[in-house]
Design a protein around this ligand. Sequence first.
Ligand SMILES: C[S@@+](CC[C@H](N)C(=O)[O-])C[C@H]1O[C@@H](n2cnc3c(N)ncnc32)[C@H](O)[C@@H]1O
Length: 394
Amino acid sequence: MKLNDENLLAAHLISIADGVYEETAARIGEIGTDTVADAVLKEIAWRADHNAPPSQPVTAVFELTHEGKQLDYLMTLGADAPAIGPGALADPWLVVRQDLVELLRAVYGPPDAVIGTRAIALKDEPGPGSFAPDDPWRLARDAAAVAADRIITACRPYPYDLNALSLQFGSDKWGGHWYTQQYAEHFAALRDSRVRVLELGIGGYQAPTAGGASLRMWKQYFRRGMVYGLDYFDKSGIAEPRLQPLQGDQGDASFLHELGSSLGPFDIIVDDGSHISSDVLTSFQALLPYLRPGGLYVVEDTQTSYWSGWGGSSTGTDDPATSIGYLKTLVDALHHQEFEKDSGRADGAFDGWIGALHFYHNIVVIEKRRSVEQSAPSWVPRHTNPMEWMKPKE
Ligand SMILES: C[S@@+](CC[C@H](N)C(=O)[O-])C[C@H]1O[C@@H](n2cnc3c(N)ncnc32)[C@H](O)[C@@H]1O
């Protein structure tokens, strides 16, 4: 399993956007200015198109400069699908001028990338109040102003509201469920990082082009992230830059090991797949080793752990074969240093790797962290009531 060419390029662009100006400029030269300009403009157009695009088509002119040369491109927003290609216009509604290195850094660079070369110009009105609000000239200019705003927004780090993104992309992580509020809390610190996100369960079941709502939401939220989705069914129809669908069974441990060793380590893994307890356990046990320390593993829809048809139980709620029953055992992994030496407890597979557990209604967030903090000193009694032990000896 490997990244496709489009995603190899995206990953490379994200990594070179971190460099000092001269290094980034040299890497752009190696890749080819047209290839870089095309990929960066496609990313801008994707972000803008998924952020309330203008109500009528607007063709913006991009005048990009790199090492003394100018590259002219056209980007149309507000049409059925955004269009990008080399070209120029005599009298454009909207012109964006920018140095290519800075444009790349603005789109894929760290949040503190200083941008000093951008100029954006809208067509000037011939005179004050020349056009009534419903005049076609005024409407076209208003649309160009919206396009300018979406382009600027696409070129800067900003806190997308995850609840709003979920609604916008049609994911049920907000509305059907109420998970994006928990995601916002746990993912905020990673928002501008070069994360690799893997979600189990793409959505849309058998249809190859259906689904992918949450994957697109992650792509918009993690502007420097690579997003992978795994589904039992073929979902090749939803592939796009920074979003790669994979086909396989989340209940097949050897397949998951292959996936983890070829595409991992991941920073975030979300299980929104079958929600059958045995699959949830197999995926967690197989994939946790491929989550980087400090990463987050999320299990959604844990209500199914109480439903017998899904491999759960409403009576045997501590049964480690159910997803919640198993996740409860991680509380012991978190405290593995605290067991009495003669307790007879066998070491758990993830002792020393559970940093924190957050149980919310129907969703659990597991922080993977090295956790080998020592217990209390050995002279602190374990088998004796401390009040007894502290009493003065008679
Ligand atoms: C609830 S949908 C995912 C929705 C998506 N994550 C979202 O939020 O937009 C569940 C998906 O899991 C997939 N699925 C079911 N069993 C699976 C398995 N054993 N392995 C991988 N995917 C599976 C289904 O095909 C379906 O597309």
